[in-house]
Design a protein around this ligand. Structure first.
Ligand SMILES: [Mn+2]
Length: 256
């Protein structure tokens, strides 16, 4: 191992965990720390930080699968990062709004995000997978409620601390189910980011744009309801073996 890494996960379902993240081949030689029954995502992730010591922490959803060789690819990607990096992600939103990936999304039935030739500075992350460098000293903000937008908040925390937040080509499988309408918990996270980072607005996230007026929240909730049927049709379901999804993407072996 070039980098000493640990995987951290907040899970409410042993079934989802065992069908996805727990099947990742790297777990034969990498620690998996699972936080169960945490009240919020940020509390779960800070608990995981406190319970582990690895210098590189990979925070992954329980419905994420890391294909064979993924840790070797991560080591390559981390070696490409500028010295100021504190956070790295598999899917992020560039400062120009570009979607940076690529990752497989079962809810969308496709590979999403550009495959950049170099690490790209980002303003937010999809929460599916976030890499944190422990010696940057950053922690998640436990005043952020619920299970949304902690990927946006940690990118902003890093940038406000004068550190780099990047995304780059780190393929992985997000075996996520169809997402219903954006609920009040999503709106609460939106308002939180809006209040916390006024000088950074607008901030684009993978789902919406956080603006001063907040009109985008209303617009995107409306469009989200309107497009529910189309989006449900795009989702491929979560019952496909994750190894098969990786194989379909050509990602059965990511190692060099
Ligand atoms: Mn997920």
């Amino acid at each position: 191992m070039i980098h000493d890494i640990a995987i951290a996960c907040a899970s409410h379902s042993e079934a989802i965990l065992s069908a996805n993240l727990a099947r990742s081949p790297l777990l034969s030689h990498v620690q998996l720390h699972v936080e169960r029954n945490a009240p919020t995502a940020t509390i779960a992730y800070n608990r995981a930080l406190g319970a582990t010591t690895a210098p590189i922490m990979v925070f992954a959803h329980h419905d994420v699968y890391l294909p064979n060789g993924w840790d070797k690819l991560l080591a390559l990607r981390l070696a490409e990062l500028p010295a100021d990096w504190a956070v790295f992600g598999a899917f992020g939103i560039g400062l120009d709004g570009a979607h940076i990936g690529p990752v497989w999304s079962s809810s969308l039935g496709m590979i999403v995000g550009r495959a950049p030739m170099y690490p790209v500075p980002v303003q937010s992350y999809d929460e599916m997978l976030i890499v944190l460098r422990r010696d940057a000293g950053l922690v998640f903000d436990e005043t952020l409620p619920g299970w949304h937008m902690y990927g946006t908040d940690i990118a902003q925390i890093a940038r406000a601390a004068g550190r780099g937040a990047y995304a780059g080509a780190l393929p992985c499988i997000h075996n996520d189910g169809y997402h219903g309408v954006l609920g009040p918990d999503f709106a609460a996270a939106y308002r939180f980011i809006q209040r916390k980072w006024p000088q950074s607005l607008p901030i684009r996230t993978p789902i919406t744009k956080i603006s001063k007026s907040g009109l985008h929240l209303l617009r995107d909730r409306w469009q989200n309801r309107r497009s529910a049927e189309v989006r449900e049709g795009m989702a491929v379901g979560t019952d496909h073996p994750v190894e098969n999804l990786a194989a379909r993407c050509g990602w059965s072996n990511l190692g060099p």
